[in-house]
Write a protein that binds this ligand. Structure first.
Ligand SMILES: *[C@@H]1O[C@H](CO)[C@@H](O)[C@H](O)[C@H]1NC(C)=O
Ligand SMILES: *[C@@H]1O[C@H](CO)[C@@H](O)[C@H](O)[C@H]1NC(C)=O
Ligand SMILES: *[C@@H]1O[C@H](CO)[C@@H](O)[C@H](O)[C@H]1NC(C)=O
Ligand SMILES: *[C@@H]1O[C@H](CO)[C@@H](O)[C@H](O)[C@H]1NC(C)=O
Ligand SMILES: *[C@@H]1O[C@H](CO)[C@@H](O)[C@H](O)[C@H]1NC(C)=O
Ligand SMILES: *[C@@H]1O[C@H](CO)[C@@H](O)[C@H](O)[C@H]1NC(C)=O
Ligand SMILES: *[C@@H]1O[C@H](CO)[C@@H](O)[C@H](O)[C@H]1NC(C)=O
Ligand SMILES: *[C@@H]1O[C@H](CO)[C@@H](O)[C@H](O)[C@H]1NC(C)=O
Ligand SMILES: *[C@@H]1O[C@H](CO)[C@@H](O)[C@H](O)[C@H]1NC(C)=O
Ligand SMILES: *[C@@H]1O[C@H](CO)[C@@H](O)[C@H](O)[C@H]1NC(C)=O
Ligand SMILES: *[C@@H]1O[C@H](CO)[C@@H](O)[C@H](O)[C@H]1NC(C)=O
Ligand SMILES: *[C@@H]1O[C@H](CO)[C@@H](O)[C@H](O)[C@H]1NC(C)=O
Length: 428
């Protein structure tokens, strides 16, 4: 155990003025426990030890130390804080990771924090405080067996700040079932220098009362997703973000996978997000025959640069890989009070799609799509209600007018803002 004293505080503050200011001069951090580290050994037991020694924290992963998180971490503790100043390294032995995931009873999360009132703060040093997944070798081997999920924060009253993730193996941050959580400055870098980084979903926001802002996400699946398998996601805001690489964008869904379980999400806001080179921008998908209600959803101030499907929705989704039992097409998730306002930038006209296409037809194939679509709106009859599209300034890269694919016009919409047709996008 190591208690942070005034001398160490001074040294840290001199070496890292910004860290000193934001963390060490705060009264809350006056007492804490360093997590011990031993080269070549698993440091996970030392985390439990530190928490036992300092039940309210802060639990400190020291700077300039690379911790070996050789076994999964699950903390069922409340009222404490964690400071991640050093790197946390997942095992490089894939078999060992798979064995632990196979043995896990929590869905395979490598780091999982439950409980209430939990603060996790990272480092302001760009070269330190990373959670390092060593995902490259998994991507290059196309190994999708028993992959761990990186980080679950299933906390009520939580605070995440400055967390950084490098080459996660697959799914990165889960806020599913979290409530009253603020997450700021999350950086996710899942860029591959080899094969495609499949299923590197950024942040799963299927909780309630969540505010996620100032994220930077480079990944190969949804950057932010709301409501997957959810029965009650509510009041979630994702704003001021930059999303890039082969990301699949800002997603709601898929909703209604289980036809006996209504999927409900409400009060969702995506605001001030810029997406570059991504496959999708704003995206909604609900299952054929699914039930539920998605209500009061807003996407506004969404900038795109070279994005294949900037504004997309389908209510007749079926997952090719796990379609489940045959689906009766007699129901639909209802979409109500949807606002899409101020979309600007250019559509990926010349090379739509990305390297995640491994089937024929491609999983993202859209009948009629040709790289000129500002929007693809595949509503079921009568099930898109009270829609508004305004200030849609999306242009093609070839200079031809942007187009639209529209299956059924939204109903009960005082000012829907466009003509529902298969052809030129005409704002009204
Ligand atoms: C970390 O290492 C760098 C370079 O060796 C050094 O300048 C710095 O003081 C160290 N920081 C801490 C907190 O030990
Ligand atoms: C944490 O709680 C869950 C569910 O309550 C339980 O299954 C798990 O064993 C607990 N883990 C630890 C490390 O106590
Ligand atoms: C977590 O941080 C917030 C904001 O800095 C603070 O209000 C709260 O008291 C902290 N909670 C704990 C358990 O440290
Ligand atoms: C990797 O882990 C497996 C299972 O724990 C073990 O049998 C194997 O020896 C390890 N490989 C290396 C190179 O350490
Ligand atoms: C993990 O389980 C999968 C089946 O889900 C199996 O193919 C694999 O061999 C197992 N790996 C280890 C290391 O236990
Ligand atoms: C921490 O991890 C990042 C990402 O892998 C790396 O760039 C950095 O050099 C590492 N820092 C240390 C001190 O090893
Ligand atoms: C990817 O980067 C790593 C680390 O720099 C390097 O070892 C590897 O050879 C690179 N792979 C390719 C395909 O360039
Ligand atoms: C919505 O969530 C935010 C972020 O947690 C919170 O500040 C706000 O009070 C919540 N609003 C409602 C109506 O619950
Ligand atoms: C979902 O919404 C429907 C329609 O408003 C409602 O009947 C149902 O009770 C809701 N379910 C949940 C779990 O909130
Ligand atoms: C719609 O959701 C937003 C948050 O995204 C919230 O501020 C607003 O109050 C909600 N509107 C209604 C009518 O509930
Ligand atoms: C339509 O949706 C807008 C935006 O969410 C909302 O302000 C308005 O009250 C809704 N209109 C009706 C009739 O529900
Ligand atoms: C657009 O084409 C689809 C088939 O791709 C068709 O189902 C739909 O009705 C058409 N929309 C309109 C407004 O005609």
């Amino acid at each position: 155990m190591f208690r942070i004293g005034p001398l160490v505080l001074t040294c840290l503050s001199l070496a890292y003025p910004a860290i000193g200011r934001s963390i060490y001069l705060d009264e809350r951090w006056a007492n804490g426990c360093d997590v011990a580290h031993t080269d070549g050994e698993d440091d996970t037991p030392n985390i439990y030890q530190a928490l036992q020694d300092c039940p309210s924290g802060p639990i400190v992963f020291s700077a300039n130390t690379t911790y070996n998180i050789f076994s999964p971490v699950e903390l069922n503790h409340s009222d404490y804080s964690v400071s991640i100043l050093g790197n946390l390294s997942f095992p490089t032995n894939m078999t060992a990771v798979q064995a632990a995931v196979n043995a896990s009873t929590n869905g395979g999360f490598w780091i999982q924090l439950n409980g209430e009132n939990v603060n996790v703060t990272g480092s302001e040093d760009p070269w330190s405080g990373w959670i390092v997944g060593h995902g490259q070798q998994w991507w290059d081997a196309y190994n999708q067996v028993a992959r761990p999920r990186t980080f679950s924060f299933a906390v009520n009253n939580g605070y995440l700040y400055n967390l950084k993730f490098y080459k996660p193996i697959a799914w990165v941050v889960s806020l599913a079932t979290a409530s009253n959580v603020y997450a700021g400055n999350i950086l996710i870098d899942a860029r591959s220098n080899g094969s495609f980084p499949f299923n590197t979903d950024g942040i799963d926001g299927s909780g309630s009362n969540l505010l996620v802002e100032d994220a930077i996400i480079y990944n190969g699946d949804d950057a932010f997703t709301v409501g997957q398998n959810s029965v009650g996601t509510r009041n979630v805001t994702f704003r001021r973000a930059y999303v890039s690489y082969s990301s699949h964008g800002l997603s709601i869904g898929s909703l209604g996978k289980d036809p006996s379980q209504p999927s409900n999400v409400s009060d969702i806001l995506f605001e001030d997000v810029f997406l570059e080179n991504t496959l999708y921008g704003a995206r909604f998908k609900s299952w054929v025959g699914g039930v539920g209600l998605a209500k009061n959803v807003t996407y506004r101030n969404i900038g795109v640069r070279n994005v294949s499907f900037p504004l997309y929705l389908t209510q007749s989704y079926v997952d090719q890989e796990s379609p489940g039992a045959a689906r009766v097409d007699n129901a639909s998730v209802i979409m109500q009070d949807f606002t899409y306002d101020n979309f600007y930038g250019d559509i990926n006209t010349f090379h739509p799609g990305d390297a995640s296409c491994v089937s024929d037809p491609c999983w993202y194939y859209e009948e009629g799509a040709d790289g000129t679509q500002a929007a693809i709106l595949r509503c079921n009859p009568g099930t898109c209600q009270n829609f508004t599209l305004s200030n849609i300034h999306l242009r093609t890269q070839s200079g031809v007018p942007a187009t639209l694919l529209c299956n059924n016009p939204p109903v009960d919409s005082p000012d829907v803002g466009f003509i529902c047709q298969n052809g030129t996008f005409i704002a009204t």
